[in-house]
Design a protein around this ligand. Sequence first.
Ligand SMILES: *Cc1c(COP(=O)(O)O)cnc(C)c1O
Length: 355
Amino acid sequence: MPRATTVSIDLGAISNNIAVLKTSLGATRFMGVVKADAYGHGAVPVAQHIEGSVDAFAVAFTEEALALRAAGIGKPILILEGPHSAEDVALAAEENLWLALHEHSQVDWCLPRGDALPHLWIKIDTGMHRLGFPAEQLSTVRRSLENAGCARLTLMSHLASAELPESPLSKRQLDRWHEIVSDWPYEMSLSNSAASRLGLAAKDTWGRLGYAMYGGLITGSTSNSALKPAMQFHTTVMALRQVGAGESVGYGGHWTAQRDSVIATLPVGYGDGYPWSAQSGTPVAVNGKKVPLVGRVSMDMVTVDVTDCGSVAIGTPAILWGQNPGVDEVAEACGTIGYELITRMTGRATRRYRK
Ligand SMILES: *Cc1c(COP(=O)(O)O)cnc(C)c1O
């Protein structure tokens, strides 16, 4: 019998989310971000499923793009880190990859092949201070690329705190961006999921959307309800026992029953990607009802308190995250973010795809 612990990927939910996001983006073009194995959803099956509904893809580095090309993906793919060598630039010309440039050596690698490169993105540092040229260098970079025959240039930047548009950091970045783009004649792109959901960059040619496409919750946004989580991480109850008041459960005896309790053991643990940092109280749905995780997460198992859950038997379904509880809610109880939980699945639990 196949192991009950599986990761169901609902490709239809991703299509639904793209349609929802496109409505709010209006004329802005849709770049589907599928880096890090499509945030743990499987880059090839996701890209194959959505290729017809996105204008382009984005990944972090060249090897991620080549894996998509090898699987038959033909749409343009933006390399967010840009080239790491002149060879990466040669590959970009051959494979119709778009390159983000954030550093002078990358520009130098591009100049000899200017007219063979389909589309270059110039990344400007507006205040995140991770990647990008300072605004003062933009005109020099732009001129040298134009002189080298680069036909298509897009200006891009990234927000450090897009989910908090009123924060001083966001305000500073948005002010700088609007100043820079006021005399920029070509395409531009500022928005990630949060910025797109909040409509922060009205003139964007491109929205670069990852997390929202997978149905992740964007903090601060009021209209998430139409987005459906694409990943459901689930299993079934493997064992049940009565634990008397005063007895502890799991490694280190970190959780002690305050009353006579019914404890269900689920065959899923940090070996599958369920976070070890999950605290007692982290929600798990058993039989459709949210119950608390109790005790430490093991490599292969977790324990949950199903005392108030009604009828639970061996084989009763349990949901670690999906529609309810959502991955963002679980992440909060683990001191992390939903992005990390979905992206760092270990591959041990089999992924099953649904259209
Ligand atoms: C990952 C990434 C995105 C997508 O961010 P989401 O919050 O997942 O939408 C957009 N732009 C850049 C530069 C990125 O690295």
